[in-house]
Design a protein around this ligand. Structure first.
Ligand code: ZN
Length: 512
């Protein structure tokens, strides 16, 4: 700087411009064309697009095992299947990592009949981890409660005694979906002792998408409820709502029977690795979740993520490649009960957290990958864009710094690492999500192969590029980021906020 003072003005400006240009070029993140990873990625692209086994894995998982509720015999069978597949393709250090969830649950039956003003069968299925009606069921009147006014509703649960409560969204939401989800869980707790016969309402109180499908799911993080809550098809619920709007009180029969275990049940994440050639201690996690709901085959949630992960591992193995750092493929269980598998993973690997680079998750159904969400790490957006540019012939993928809190990316983001979500196109997922339509028919084989190939290329690039992608942020920096991304309220509501007062903006304005 000081030396430049000897130059005349114009020359100084020119020199500074050149210097700035050079500096910019040096700082610009390098993509595969500049960082030496291109030949390996080309090989992976070829193997993945020509020889992918992802759809074959998905077919086996869907047709030979089927639905896989965490802690159920079928879910355990899927763990054994995944271990066998990982060993077969030659992954290293293949094993399961056991943990327990608070309580197990088995679906029984759910039947409903409209008794008046007309008599007809209604289509319902129990939500996950909810209780039962009296044996044989009960006849009761249907009354509505407003999802967008649960604070008021909670003060007046007495009126629901002996009734069936129909959850309706009236007016405008005052909070975002995850906060309504949290409030709805708290509200259901208050109903459990109020003598309510049953509740009609989906995850977070949401109403089903059409085509006569019910959508099951959990009603909180590790939450169970004594009151039976059912998802009713959009078409049937529509009729009840219209009747009530006209002042007619529908009367219906409902019989829901489920069973809980008395105590915790065991489950396990399935792990296999391709060990790094230069920094084997540095780990990048790649995965999806093995568990599913049980109204169909669990193909799109999250058989597709499981198959993409196994397909990606197999593709890299068959390409004969070993990255500089370790790729750890993890098939989580317990995702559907509240990200239990990925939280268990964090707890079990806390000691080596500093050696982790982040995780890469595919869990949004059957659609194309359209965006890499970098899980709060805005510093990594330009880095990832350099990679995304390089695969634009295969798929145009955007990059942003958003956090996906609804899948196994969350614990990574909460503990300072990029929980990278492969955001997908979800038009069809709205129908298959936790419904009876979540079967193999929903996944197109070409999209499965493409998504798995993109996963393989992304994972390999991150593990093999010269520079380490990321190290965990400090607690203070992470806490600030989570607050800036509006995750604080939600994490707090679900008892997942680990940082106390950290990250709060210190403004003295009020005290001055
Ligand atoms: Zn899922």
């Amino acid at each position: 700087m000081r030396r430049s003072l000897v130059f005349p003005g114009a020359a100084v400006a020119a020199v500074m411009l050149v210097a700035a240009g050079l500096a910019a070029a040096d700082n610009k993140p390098k993509g595969p064309k500049e960082d030496g990873t291109l030949p390996a990625l080309t090989k992976i692209a070829g193997e993945g697009m020509m020889n992918s086994r992802a759809y074959q894995y998905l077919t086996e998982l869907s047709d030979d095992i089927g639905s896989r509720v965490t802690g159920s015999p079928a879910e355990r069978k899927s763990e054994e299947w995944a271990v066998a597949k990982m060993k077969e393709m030659g992954l290293e250090n293949v094993h399961t990592e056991k943990y327990t969830i608070w309580r197990g649950w088995t679906r029984g039956t759910a039947d409903a009949q409209l008794l008046s003003p007309v008599n007809r069968k209604l289509h319902v299925d129990a939500m996950g981890w909810v209780g039962s009606t009296a044996p044989g069921g009960t006849d009761a009147d249907v009354v509505t409660i407003n999802l967008f006014d649960l604070d008021e509703e909670a003060k007046n649960v007495g009126r629901l005694k002996g009734k069936i409560a129909l959850v309706q969204a009236k007016g405008k939401p005052k909070k975002d979906f995850m906060m309504i989800f949290a409030d709805f869980g708290n509200y259901l707790k208050s109903l459990s002792n109020a003598g309510v016969v049953a509740v009609i309402g989906g995850q977070g109180g949401s109403r089903s998408k059409g085509m006569n499908l019910t959508h099951t799911g959990i009603l909180g993080f590790d939450a169970d409820f004594a009151v039976p809550v059912v998802s009713m098809t959009n078409e049937d619920q529509g009729q009840l709502e219209r009747l009530i709007a006209r002042g007619i009180t529908p009367r219906m029969h409902i019989n829901v029977q489920n069973t809980f275990t008395n105590g915790p049940v065991e489950t396990a994440n399935v792990v296999g690795e391709i060990r790094g050639s230069e920094h084997p201690e540095q780990i990048f996690v790649v995965g999806g979740h093995l568990d599913s709901w049980d109204l169909s085959q669990g193909t799109t949630d999250n058989g597709s993520g499981t198959a993409a992960t196994l397909g990606a591992a197999d593709t890299i193995k068959r390409a004969g490649l070993r990255p500089k750092r370790t790729l750890r493929f993890v098939l989580f269980t317990g995702e559907e009960q509240g990200l239990d598998g990925s939280y268990a993973y964090y707890k079990q690997h806390k000691a080596e957290w500093g050696n982790h680079l982040g995780d890469l998750i595919l869990d949004e159904g059957q659609g194309i990958v359209k965006n890499f969400q970098m899980g709060g790490r805005d510093d990594l957006v330009p880095v990832m864009e350099a990679f995304a540019d390089s695969i634009s012939n295969l798929r145009k993928v955007k990059v942003d710094d958003k956090i996906e809190s609804g899948t196994d990316t969350l614990p990574f983001s909460v503990y300072g690492l990029p929980g990278i979500n492969m955001e997908q196109e979800t038009a069809e997922y709205g129908y298959t999500h936790h419904s009876a339509a979540d079967a193999l028919e929903a996944q197109k084989p070409d999209i499965m192969a493409q998504n798995s190939t993109i996963m393989a290329m992304t994972a390999y690039w991150i593990a093999d590029r010269p520079e380490r992608l990321a190290e965990p942020w400090s607690d203070a920096k992470t806490a600030k980021m989570l607050r800036d991304q509006h995750e604080y309220e939600e994490l707090k509501a679900f008892n997942l906020w680990p940082y106390g007062d950290l990250g709060q903006e210190k403004t003295d304005d009020k005290t001055q």
